[in-house]
Design a binder for this molecule. Structure first.
Ligand SMILES: Nc1ncnc2c1ncn2[C@@H]1O[C@H](COP(=O)(O)OP(=O)(O)OP(=O)(O)O)[C@@H](O)[C@H]1O
Ligand SMILES: [Mg+2]
Length: 255
């Protein structure tokens, strides 16, 4: 069997006396969507920030394709094909879509100048792959809808050979039709073999999109299950109490 795309082993994160992440191990396989759930403050974002190089772990180690790696910065993460879409999207509002897509990674001509023409055509291709109706490529992104902004953030993440995508609450700020569009995008990326960690509070999204759920409670991984083995009530019980309901057995075994 081939190794997982990424495996986190025994990850710890302490802030003074606060144990934000406690001995968490979790893996992600190609084409798999793993939901990361838990109450506010459970440690989800800290765990994901450690994987994306935005935060240093206090302990544990990470393997990519079965090999130990050091991820000390977002650049290190990117070099391993790990990209992150933050809840805030982190777009430059005054710039247009192509400028945002290539922010910090601009395409240059062979004479070292910015290659605006190629960035525009590449941006058009990347955005249309996600949404064939995407327009307004020349507008500052501040003027675009929440859904369009989300498309740009996703296009930016996947343009550079992403293998592992971290999405922290990607639909939290979107309306119903835009949420449905992001769900379709996630299915497209999954079909292309990209592995996705999806941090979400939305149980409907989780059951619609995820192959597995990993629930965090007070910094610990209290359950990692195939989505077919749990009900929404089982997952809620893990979130709230940190345990499965009394007498629980994997649903597939029961059926
Ligand atoms: N930079 C920081 N300094 C100190 N404490 C922090 C820092 N970042 C997070 N924490 C603490 O670590 C714990 C886990 O926070 P984290 O942001 O990972 O939670 P979360 O599961 O993402 O919650 P939410 O659902 O609200 O986004 C919390 O107790 C939080 O207060
Ligand atoms: Mg968070």
């Amino acid at each position: 069997m081939s190794p997982p795309l990424v495996a986190m082993h025994g990850i710890e994160k302490h802030f003074g006396g606060v144990e934000a992440v406690r001995d968490v191990s979790v893996a992600l396989n190609p084409g798999e969507v793993v939901g990361v759930l838990g109450h506010n403050g459970a440690g989800k974002s800290c765990l994901m920030r450690i994987l994306s190089g935005a935060m240093a772990a206090s302990g544990g180690h990470i393997e990519v394709d079965g090999k130990p790696v050091r991820i000390d910065s977002p650049q290190d993460a990117r070099a391993h094909g790990i990209e992150t879409i933050y809840q805030t999207l982190a777009l430059a509002n005054h710039l247009d879509a192509p400028a945002n897509l290539f922010l910090g990674r601009e395409l240059k001509t062979r004479w070292g100048n910015l290659d605006d023409r190629r960035m525009l055509s590449e941006a058009r291709k990347a955005l249309h792959r996600l949404n064939p109706n995407f327009k307004n490529l020349g507008d500052p992104v501040a003027r675009l809808s929440g859904g369009q902004r989300q498309v740009i953030a996703i296009a930016r993440a996947i343009y550079f050979d992403v293998k592992i995508l971290i999405m922290d609450e990607p639909t939290a700020a979107l309306g119903p039709s835009e949420t449905a569009m992001v769900a379709d995008l996630i299915k497209t990326l999954k079909a292309e073999g990209i592995g996705i960690f999806l941090v979400s509070h939305d149980m409907h999204d989780v059951f619609d999109l995820c192959d597995r759920v990993m629930v965090m409670n007070k910094g610990a991984n209290v359950g990692d299950h195939d989505i077919r083995d749990v009900t929404k009530d089982d997952v809620l019980s893990l979130i709230v109490k940190g345990t499965l309901p009394e007498g629980w057995a994997p649903r597939r075994a029961v059926a």
